[in-house]
Design a protein around this ligand. Structure first.
Ligand code: DHB
Length: 308
């Protein structure tokens, strides 16, 4: 089955790719993604200067999901800008994920990374793990200010990675912001921020930073991810390309994201847990699911979720 997809005019050979953060910090990891079955190479969210990130342990996987508070460990945008030409030679789209420690960092990084010509840029408004820095995506005015500034310096398709929202009022407020900022695609959702996982045996938290608080991923967040994909699909009446991220463990999970309106699907927790072989497995499983349902290609089921 052809699982290729197109987002903002860019063709992806497969609809599956890594979620930013999963196995995408170093040159070696990024090259390995390039050589895998993944449909794209997504970089770790980058800051101006290289960062080691938070203290360890800072990732913990459990049955049903994961919690992390990595703290933006990355090579700094200059290193990723240098790597982009090499990554592009691997024959699949490169998505550069742009973050920052303050608002001014975003346009600086966006301009410099845009000059290296990634195929797309994803502006991350939703890192939950920097002590003392709230997720920008929960502040509609700050989001609008920032997106208008980065839009001016980005020439490739620009997407926005949003945090999960839990109320239709927040979906519509952010939808209005997005519609005013020249956004070409959305990536929904980042981790469910500031959860807490407890080890009842040892009576202790499982990760060190922020007293154990961290971003949740994996199966446990799938209904939240699907709700956000569906809500924004409806707000934009199917005309805004959406990458669905959150809780995809098998081919049926991916199918659910497509039904809600996703054009592609990103893999975080299960990529970390299972390694690069996950992409081939997911392609096989989604193909089986589409065959079983009589769909001949991805677009045929996109957004087709029925309501009662
Ligand atoms: C980190 C986590 C995120 O969810 C994100 O969007 C960016 C960075 C991190 O802790 O490194």
């Amino acid at each position: 089955m052809d699982l290729s997809t197109t987002i903002a005019g860019v063709r992806f050979p497969s609809c599956f790719m890594n979620a930013s953060g999963a196995l995408c910090v170093t040159r070696e990891e990024l090259l390995a993604l390039g050589r895998s079955c993944a449909g794209a190479i997504v970089t770790k969210s980058m800051t101006v200067e290289p960062r080691d990130g938070n203290s360890t342990p800072r990732y913990y996987g459990f049955s049903g999901g994961s919690i992390n508070s990595m703290g933006l460990p990355n090579l700094g945008y200059r290193a990723y800008a240098e790597l982009i030409p090499e990554l592009k030679r691997l024959g699949k789209p490169v998505i550069a994920s742009v973050a920052g420690l303050c608002e001014d960092d975003f346009p600086t990084i966006a301009a410099m990374i845009d000059a290296a010509k990634p195929d797309l840029i994803e502006v991350n408004l939703s890192c939950p793990n920097i002590p003392g820095k709230p997720q920008i995506g929960y502040d509609a005015e700050a989001s609008e200010r920032l997106l208008k500034r980065v839009r001016k310096v980005i020439t490739v398709p620009m997407g926005v990675k949003l945090p999960p929202y839990f109320d239709p009022a927040h979906h519509s407020a952010m939808g209005a912001v997005i519609s005013r900022c020249g956004v070409d695609f959305l990536n929904l959702i980042n981790s469910v921020g500031n959860g807490l996982v407890v080890d009842p045996e040892r009576e202790v938290v499982v990760i060190k930073p922020k007293g154990g608080f961290g971003g949740l991923g994996g199966s446990i967040i799938k209904p939240v991810a699907l709700a956000n994909v569906r809500a924004f699909w409806k707000i934009f009446e199917g005309r805004m390309p959406i990458i669905g991220t959150g809780g995809v463990v098998n081919g049926v999970d991916a199918f659910e994201h497509l039904l809600c309106g996703a054009s592609a699907v990103q893999i975080g927790t299960v990529l970390v847990e299972e390694g690069l072989g996950v992409f081939r497995r997911l392609e096989t499983e989604l193909t089986e699911q589409l065959d079983k349902k009589g769909y001949k290609k991805l677009e045929d089921c996109r957004g087709k979720l029925k309501e009662l």
